[in-house]
Design a binder for this molecule. Sequence first.
Ligand code: SF4
Length: 317
Amino acid sequence: MAGNRIPKRAPSRGKAARHKGKRNKVGRKRGEHLTRKPEVLQGVGKPHTMRMSKSKIGGFNEWCQYSWALENIMGIKGSSAHWTTFGVDCHQIVEEYYRGMMECKTEEELLDYTAEYDYEGHPTIVIDEQMRTHMDNVLEIDRKRIDTLIAAGVNLLDYAAPVGVELYMKVPDGTNVKDGEISGMIDLVFRELDGTIGIYDLKTGKISDVNKHYFQLHLYKWMFEILNPDETVSKIGILWSKDGTVDIAEPNKRSYNSAIKKVQTTRDKIKLAVEEGTEDNPIAGFKKALRNPFPCSYCPIEHKRICWKEQYDVDLE
Ligand code: SF4
């Protein structure tokens, strides 16, 4: 991904009526077939060999193991917080934008499409001021990127259109992370100018340092290269939609190895916690958050209700 100069193009606003129910080039209605859908519980009942993912690993290690186990072992799904649904909506629009780019047949068509793309009037997503800020930032970043590619004189169909968007990956058993599958979804995959691959994650929340996301990015590199043995991921990065910046880094061996190791150590801890469960409470071995009220303040009410009843004998509404 590359980009330096901001092209002067009109902001994409005010075409709501024109876009209502509009179909794209391949006859799909806007918003159909987008991949970022609510998660389906996987692997309940096979705790230490369940399919892992970056969010399952992060949730177990960095949030509350008990809430994690209520969801992933007991199958009690927590409702989403507002900021989660906002993030999902942002991802859906970004996915729609890039999927449309992948369907372009000529460079001219691609340029017209990117210049005219308008997120207003989405049939299912509410476009408010916050959403406009994030989406304008994403489109501006992308227009800078395309300008850089034009300046480099490369074929835009090969380099501007992503290789993958919301790319779902599933690595089966039998790899060097033992005892179960692992899956993940890369937001954006691009062909870099040197022919290698760059993988990028879109973050709609708080801006931080790219190295705080090394686990996720190196894990995705590992998975992508297993599934595509002829490719090399040479760039990893985060696209921050809140302020329209992009952080790009080169993968490093240490973070790569530690990402793979973390998958296995998490599986081992889950296995141990399951073994400590009792007949009355199969998830008794999973620790409750010690940093109350954080992350308790973000705990889904379905989990908090159970937890508070056990811990304080309080019935929450
Ligand atoms: S209320 Fe706090 S300790 Fe209890 S399950 Fe939720 S996050 Fe964990």
